[in-house]
Design a protein around this ligand. Sequence first.
Ligand code: ADP
Length: 534
Amino acid sequence: MIQGSRTNADPRRRLRLGVAAVLLPLGILLALQWRALVKLEETSAASHRMSLRVFAKGVLKEGESFYAEKAEALAAGAASSAAGDGKLGETFRAIDGTGIKRFFAVHFDTRGRGAVALYDTDGRRLDAAASSPEARAVQFASAPWRLAARERQTAERRVIVEQHDSDNRVVLVPVIDADTRVVGVVGFLLDTAFAREVFVPQLIEEHLAEVPEPLRSNMSITVRDRAGRVVTGALEEPALGEEISPPLRFAFTDWTLEVGNRSATPEQWAEWSFALNLVLTLLTTAALLGALVWALRSAARATKLSQMKTEFVSNVSHELRTPLSSIRVFGEFLRLGRVVDPEKVREYGAAIEAESARLTRLVDDILDFSKLEAAGARYRMEPVDLRDVVGETLRAFEPRLAREGFSLDVRGTDADLPPVLADPAALAQALTNLLENAVKYGGDAKSIGVDLGASADRVTVAVSDRGPGIDAIEHERIFENFYRVSTGLVHDAQGSGLGLAIVKHIVEAHRGRVSVESEPGHGATFRIELPIHA
Ligand code: ADP
């Protein structure tokens, strides 16, 4: 008979060893990973912020050089144009006019007087009233130079930006003669609408393209004027986190560039990515451990199964040999004519019949089991009244009970039972296996009870005997394939260890469950519960 408990020890030890062998390096790796993540969290917020700074710097620098270059070109041209008004148009035309609204020039006489002359970007002179906002802005900006001309002061040529009137920002270069005395000014008025609507947005767009994702989509960029009004950009929701707001340089110096975050501050971002990385690491670890446990378990299970099968083969061979040799001996007696007494002949015949019945049962068990194992039996489910199945099974089983001298007590067949969805033949087989066990292990009391009943959602049938019963530690294992109890409680009944495994297989295929209640010395009750068919 199979000794079930020893077969398990080895795989379990291997499981523990395997887990330990993986856990140790895994723990070290996790610790290293943790440290790396903490470091990464610290540096990533800083590098995030740094990226914002690099972006802002790039925008400011390019914004500055765009206007400064025009001013430089003008300053260079101003020297040569000082001679005459005719050349001014040419000087202005030579400068790229994007971003410029008007060019202008003022010649001062010795008393510092002189009218403002305005030019378009093609260098054509315009008629402009002295009171126009543009002319007034130029006058305002050139006032100190007018004074310098009157005083006949010398000056250096340099670029001055006057942004008193924010719609008419003036870039101005003093014109000096050979004696470095101020004789006039030239310059241009900036195109504010162009800066606001075209230039700055374009600048931002271009530099944004260099910011790596996902930083880029999390960035919020706003340009504001001195009064805090939005010039361009800005989200509906205020940007999060610390903002970097350096003012623009050279021109539009009252505008500030604010670089913020849409949904998370750099610190939050770093925290999230830390958490995400941690979760991913833990999930990977869990998956790894799960896979390990699963692999070791299935290895253990496979080993156990093959062990059981080997034992089963020797067990079955033994079980087969006994009835076969009895049949051979009885058959030989009959063939040799040694037995003539008709009573004896009948007795031998009956013995041969009983032994072959035993063989048939054994072979049937094995066949049933391999069918269940191989394909997972196909069941033909139909609404069934459990009383019918029990009734038919008992009718077929009664001769056996009578022969073995068992009394049968059936209860619960009077009341109506709700139907269950079942394969009647399969259920009958499960029931037969339980009845056979009740006979095999029923002991000397030779009394079997069959009880039918129903609860709110289940129908039950229980088969009980008054045999030696089953030890509690065996209650689960007896349903395992090939498992047989080998203690002294049960006499040497023959079997394959498959009867209850088959019952369990069938009942579970019916979405039901089978259980045992037993106390050594007080018999055993096997109960099948099946869900009611709605
Ligand atoms: P088999 O009867 O072929 O050994 P089973 O799977 O039917 O295999 O039963 C497994 C074991 O459970 C049996 O070996 C027996 O020890 C125990 N067993 C089953 N039914 C009873 C019962 N009614 N009373 C006591 N022991 C039982």
